[in-house]
Structures are given as C-alpha cells and as structure tokens.
Design a protein around this ligand. Structure first.
Ligand code: C5P
Length: 289
C-alpha cells in the first residue's frame, strides 16, 4: 500500500454571485490548502474494499474515495479493483473540503498506480462530475475558483501563514446552508475586484455563507464573537461551515468539545502530490527539536 496525504482547504474569501437554474450557486472564492490532512493508503487489488478510521463515515459507494475510483475506471476504461484505507483527521461537515480532497487524492493516486494514463488537467476536469470543490486540489494549493467552484485559476504561493482551525462539535450540511441563503442580499461588487484587492493585501476576509450558517446554528455566531474577544484579528467561517479559521495572536479556547488545531498554509510542487511538502515540513520540525 502506498500512502498519500489528502489536505484540507480554507476559503480566504467566498463570494456567492447568484443562484443558478440548476440549483447550484455561482461563487468566486480564493481557496488555500492547509497542512491538516487525512492519509489515504491505497493499492491495486482484485476487488474494491475501503476501510475508514472514523466509524461515522460510510465505506460504501457513497464515499467520495469509491466515487473517484469509479470515475477513474469509467474515464480511462481500465479494469482494476482497489484496497484502500482512509485515516481521517479532517473533521466532516466543516467546510474544510475533507471529502473533496479525498476524491482528488484518490484520482492522483490511481493515476500514479496505473502509470499515468491521464494528465493532471484531465483529472481536474473529470473530478467536477462528482463534486464542485475537487478540481481545486489539482492546483498547487492557492487558487481563485469560479463557476460552482470547479473553474480553477492557479495563483502564486502566498507567504506561509499560521492559522488556527476551530470547529464546534456540530457540523453543517452544505446544501442546507446554500438553500437557506438570502440571495437578494448578495452584493453586486464584481468578484475580481475582491481578488485584486486581496492580492494587494487590502481586502477584508469575508464569506457570504456566514449569515445563512449563523441563522441555522446561532451558537456559531456566538463562537465567532468569542474567538474575536480572545484576540484573533480575523475569524472567518470556511466554505459552508461549521469550522472557522482564525488569524492573529489570539488564545484558542480550552473547551475540549471544540476541534482546535494550529496549521500552516500548504502548497505543492507542480509534479508532486502534497506528500512532499508535508514530509519536508515534518523533517524541518524534527530537526528544530
Ligand atoms: O458539488 P457538491 O457535491 O460539493 O455540492 C453539494 C451541494 O451543495 C450541492 O448539491 C448544492 O446543493 C450545494 N452547492 C451549491 N453551489 C455550489 C456548490 C455546492 O448550491 N457552488
């Protein structure tokens, strides 16, 4: 079995542009991978089997790992089975893109195990058939994404930043957060203005899904206020929640029911998966100790 790291992402800003006739929403968002990651161990085998460390996550065909296996077989016409184990660290229903990253990592791993029948850009295009946020992971870790999220513009790596990821025990359902959104309240500022301002270091961090999420889960709005009171300069929900990322020199709460993790921005080498950057960081850290 070979192990591939499957990172999480945060949305540094997320603008919802409009609701589409197909029920999805056009968004414009700056995505960034972080070094909070699941581990996918995978090998080719005679038939499919998947085990997951978290018993609350299904191991059947609804799991994005197996959806990605089926997609890869369908697109390439190759016939094989897989034996896979997913060791989860990324909380679910968090807006951290854990499942999407697992699907992208599976596609990358299969392409490697099958001796590269597809290009990276084909993997990214195919992946949009099984989820909106999967294509992003084939960028190098920083990208401006539009459409449903599947149109990906790779951006230069930003300076590495340390952020706290903090999530209450309750999660949020992405379709529910989008459904509950009041689209008549969305701003009409052109999203590229947000991107340019952000690249100049001027724009505020924002997420148009926060209001909807806080209406569905009022305790989430209270947690944000608490985190601001604890000294964090920026506290922003990622994706459709319920996790926040926090910037600045605040003190995270001691509450054991919260998921609290200090992480760094992560970017990958164009030809390598995220493993290499994560290994490199681990070696640097052990040398410092
Ligand atoms: O594409 P994905 O499976 O991640 O989307 C899950 C659900 O989230 C969709 O069925 C849709 O209800 C909502 N969604 C949306 N607009 C997006 C992405 C997701 O409305 N851009």
């Amino acid at each position: 079995m070979k192990t591939f790291f499957s990172p999480a992402k945060v949305n540094l800003f997320l603008k919802v542009v409009n609701r589409r006739p197909d029920g999805y929403h056009n968004i414009a968002s700056l995505f960034q991978t972080i070094d909070l990651f699941d581990e996918l161990s995978i090998a080719l085998d005679s038939q499919d089997s998947l085990t997951v460390s978290d018993p609350s996550i299904p191991c059947d065909e609804t799991n994005l790992v197996l959806k990605a296996v089926n997609l890869f077989r369908r697109k390439t016409g190759l016939k094989f089975g897989v034996k896979a184990n997913l060791n989860k660290q990324i909380p679910v229903q968090a807006g951290l893109g854990g499942g999407s990253g697992n699907a992208a990592t599976t596609l990358w791993a299969l392409n490697e195990l099958c001796h590269f029948p597809a290009t990276i850009s084909q993997l990214a295009d195919w992946s949009a058939e099984i989820g909106s946020d999967i294509s992003f992971f084939f960028s190098q870790g920083t990208a401006y994404c539009t459409g449903r999220g599947e149109k990906v513009n790779n951006l230069p790596h930003p300076p590495s930043k340390t952020v706290w990821v903090i999530k209450p025990p309750q999660g949020l359902s992405t379709p529910e957060v989008y459904r509950n959104l009041n689209v008549s309240h969305l701003s009409s500022i052109h999203p590229e203005k947000d991107l340019n301002a952000f690249l100049d270091g001027k724009a505020p961090y924002f997420n148009d899904l926060e209001t909807s999420a806080f209406r569905l889960m009022p305790a989430l709005g209270e947690l944000k206020q608490d985190l601001i009171a604890r000294g964090f300069q920026t506290v922003l929900m990622t994706g459709s929640g319920s996790a926040f990322f926090c910037l600045g020199s605040g003190t995270p709460p001691k509450d054991k029911t919260l998921f609290c993790r200090e992480v760094k921005f992560l970017n990958r080498h164009p030809d390598k998966w995220y493993n290499e950057t994560i290994h490199h960081r681990a070696t640097e850290n052990s040398e410092k100790q």
